[in-house]
Ligand binder design. Structure first.
Ligand code: NAP
Length: 289
């Protein structure tokens, strides 16, 4: 990864920090992004102490579209060419929360933030000889459905339903992005990290999580092992041209039947572009151009 610049969101803890550490050890310049300045600084220091030669850090709350736009602008100003974007940020909330933009938090952070950040960084990824977009989904995608009539759980909210929907959205987005980028040197793939012992969902856990996680924790993967598939998909030379795939245990595998529905993917893209202000209708620039 020498000479390659990788941006990893949600890299102050869990799978994201382990991914940044692993890629730094492979020689990449790593750009870490967190929401808390002290934790982001600590993560940068830890990566440098582990041998990371080139670490830059950014602070932004990615649940806010203004912050996503500011992050993209700062990254582009300091690093005009991005070789790999790893959309790792994500979480689970048992109760319904709204973001600064008035959107449901799970949908905004897990799906709209990667959608907007990727769109804003696409030109810089195209400057790479082999750009890659890796989006961290989950096998929870298999239980997801995109409910266009109640995308943000206004009529009825369940943490599990919102999470599963957002992780299916990650895969639908990845496959649609891969189709739109097929004539470029940029690839798009999604990954499932496995069941990993992190702070996932800790701020607003559901009942099942409160009861099961302490029992399951000894059997969960460590963050280092959980980062392996993200690192493989971001760096393995043999998959430089592979796009539109879903990886688990560092191997391509099939995602749910629903994730291959191109009509749903195209509709989700349109709705998302509108919600982040990237369509002509919403006064922005269409990301398809
Ligand atoms: N853990 C699992 O078993 C598992 C399984 C399947 C998929 N995944 C996926 O893996 C990804 C990473 O999860 P994880 O388990 O590593 O979770 P985690 O330990 O909770 O880490 C989440 C990271 O995202 C950051 N973050 C959270 N909200 C943010 C916001 N609003 N703005 C910017 N950064 C924010 C956190 O920052 P702070 O340090 O400030 O909290 C942290 O760095 C997620 O997409 C998740 O859906 C996890």
């Amino acid at each position: 990864m020498n000479g390659r610049t990788v941006l990893i969101t949600g890299s102050t803890g869990g799978i994201g920090k382990a991914t940044a550490l692993g890629l730094a050890k492979l020689g990449a310049r790593v750009l870490i992004a967190g929401r808390d300045p002290a934790r982001t600084d600590d993560a940068a220091r830890e990566i440098r102490a582990a041998g990371g030669q080139d670490v830059d850090m950014f602070v932004a709350d990615l649940s806010s579209q203004r912050e996503v736009r500011r992050l993209a602008a700062e990254v582009l100003q300091r690093h005009p060419r991005i070789d790999v974007l790893i959309n790792n940020v994500g979480g689970y909330w048992n109760t319904r929360h709204l973001t600064a933009d008035g959107l449901e938090h799970t949908f905004a952070l897990n799906h709209l933030a990667p959608f907007l950040l990727t769109s804003l960084l696409l030109e810089s990824l195209k400057r790479s000889t082999a750009g890659r977009v890796v989006t961290v989904s989950s096998n929870a995608q298999a239980m997801g459905r995109i409910d266009f009539d109640d995308l943000q759980g206004e009529q009825s909210y369940s943490g599990a339903r919102a999470y599963n929907q957002s992780k299916l959205a990650n895969v639908l987005f990845t496959y649609e992005l891969a189709r739109r980028l097929r004539h470029t040197a940029v690839t798009a793939n999604a990954v499932h990290p496995g069941l990993v012992s992190t702070s996932f969902g800790a701020s607003d856990p559901g009942r099942a999580q409160r009861l099961l996680v302490p029992v399951l924790r000894p059997f969960m993967k460590s963050p280092t092992r959980g980062a392996a598939t993200s690192i493989h998909t971001a760096s393995a030379p043999q998959i430089e041209r592979t796009s539109g795939r879903y990886y688990a245990n560092s191997k391509p595998t099939r995602s749910s039947r629903r994730s291959y529905d191109e009509t749903v993917a195209a509709r989700l893209w349109e709705v998302s572009a509108d919600l982040v202000g990237l369509t002509a209708r919403s006064g922005g620039t269409d990301p398809r151009s």
